[in-house]
Write a protein that binds this ligand. Structure first.
Ligand code: ATP
Ligand code: DGY
Length: 458
């Protein structure tokens, strides 16, 4: 991705060219990166291929195991801070940012200790704070987050290349926006701490920092030396997936890149959508049954409040697709699982299993005129290659999964009630339905793929 995004041009007056935008390297080019493994590889690549000086050095620090800031991450943050502070107007700082960056760049504002900040972040997360809320608090308590890194680098030109792992690609939330102007104030932070009942039990150091924080975020004009560029996102991944699916002969539609919400409700959304396509293939796209499914879908989508989703428009486009060509529906985002059991799984495997169960139930209720006409495959996977604490990226299912599992003595509902989707998929057909890619080195959230093919014509 970096190779495609970045080029260095010109010998005497070199320029860094990112997606067609040129940035002159007047004196030195500095690189810092924090996030996925791809950035380490990217830094090595950039250093090998592009750094100008023979004395150039590269240092890789691995930290933040399990996405929690640790002493290694702190060491990296201090090194980055020191490097950044010394830059001049003739320098160019290239920053590589991706998900996980918040834990990898911990620089608590003194007198806050790393352990105090980590404890507060953990408490917020365990009380259900969304990533937006978590990162608003992190920004307020950090030297480098919330645009801090960019401000320290001034007057150097800063170019940030960003992989987005947050719905909507908000620059000031991804990795807590170290080079982005923050639109949040200390009041926003206080509101979040109040919402999660944490305001009254804050460590003294956090209270001290909060009481001396400026009441307004730094003005956007203070970031005129910064250029933030998203070079990887769920949207880009889905666009490429669409291209591939179309190349394979599928009529392909993208539903949304912002699918979020409780996994069981998202499973229902997908099952209804699949049902609607199958009804259309059976020549029942117009009529009371389709109208009912369509109505249910629209209501569910309204309740889920998926950002930017225009389901009515999508369903309209869907109506135009006939059974002549197989259909591929693509979607992306990040669902949530409310853990109730003690099993092993991830949100993608749980989603696939729930869709398998939903499709099975729907088929059991269908009449012979609407069932048995479609071959269906549903897949959900994390683009980082790791779904929850498992070695799989996700899983796929079909409506036959429940019956086939039963033949092996596996009860899908029992596995689901224990959040044990990974154990299920590992045992079912020898793990055949697990998606195992290994770590991909990147992370642009999750992707769902629905493939539907008509098997007989009405
Ligand atoms: N047994 C389980 N069944 C289903 N989901 C689970 C289970 N255990 C953990 N999860 C889910 O896995 C996720 C935590 O794993 P991970 O650390 O990979 O998440 P993340 O950091 O949010 O994901 P990512 O790195 O993909 O952005 C949470 O969404 C959590 O609800
Ligand atoms: O690092 C983080 O803050 C999350 O991965 C969101 O980008």
């Amino acid at each position: 991705m970096l190779k495609r995004a970045v080029k260095l041009q010109g010998d005497r007056c070199p320029q860094l060219v990112v997606k067609g935008q040129a940035f002159p390297v007047k004196r030195d080019l500095y690189l810092v990166g924090f996030g996925t493994r791809q950035w380490c590889d990217g830094l090595s690549y950039l250093a090998r291929e592009m750094l100008l000086k023979p004395h150039s050095k590269i240092q890789v620090i691995e930290g933040a195991k399990n996405n929690l800031p640790d002493s290694e991450a702190l060491k990296g943050a201090v090194a980055i801070q020191e490097l950044t502070e010394g830059l001049t107007a003739d320098d160019l700082l290239l920053v590589l940012i991706s998900g996980g960056g918040s834990a990898l760049l911990p620089a608590p504002i003194p007198p806050i200790l790393l352990e105090e900040k980590e404890k507060l972040t953990k408490m917020l997360a365990s009380r259900g704070a969304a990533i937006q809320e978590l990162n608003i608090v992190r920004k307020t308590l950090s030297l480098l987050k919330g645009g801090g890194l960019a401000r320290l680098a001034y007057p150097a030109q800063v170019v940030s290349l960003i992989l987005s792992d947050v719905i909507g690609d908000p620059l000031d939330i991804i990795a807590s926006g170290p080079t982005a102007a923050s639109s949040h104030s200390v009041q926003d932070c206080l509101q979040i701490l109040t919402k999660y009942n944490l305001l009254l039990n804050l460590p003294k150091s956090v209270e001290t920092v909060l009481s001396s924080s400026p009441s307004k975020p730094t003005a956007p004009e203070d970031y005129s030396h910064v250029c933030n560029i998203i070079i990887g996102s769920n949207t880009l991944a889905l666009d490429e997936a669409k291209r591939q699916a179309e190349g394979l002969g599928y009529a392909t539609l993208i539903l949304s890149t912002a699918i979020c919400g409780e996994v069981s409700r998202i499973a229902t959304l997908y099952c209804q959508l699949i049902r609607l396509v199958c009804l259309g293939f059976a020549g029942l796209g117009e009529g009371p049954l389709s109208d009912k499914v369509r109505g249910n879908l629209l209501q569910l989508a309204a309740e889920l409040e998926i950002p930017g989703l225009n389901l009515a428009e999508f369903l309209h486009a869907l109506r135009g697709l006939g059974p002549e060509r197989p259909v591929c529906i693509l979607a992306g985002g990040e669902t949530t699982v409310q853990l109730q059991g003690t099993g092993k799984g991830g949100r993608n495997q749980e989603l696939a299993l729930r869709v398998g169960l939903g499709l099975h139930r729907a088929q059991a209720m269908e009449t012979s005129s609407t069932s048995g006409r479609c071959e269906i495959v549903f897949l959900s996977g994390g683009t980082d290659g790791q779904d929850g604490p498992t070695e799989a990226a996700g899983a796929f299912c079909s409506p036959e999964l429940v019956d086939e599992a039963l033949q092996e003595g596996l009860d899908v509902e029992a596995f689901l009630s224990n959040n044990d989707s990974y154990t299920f998929f590992s045992q079912f057909q020898g793990g055949h339905h697990l998606l195992v890619t290994g770590l991909t080195g990147t992370n642009v959230m999750d992707i769902q793929t629905i493939l539907i093919r008509a098997t007989e014509r009405s």
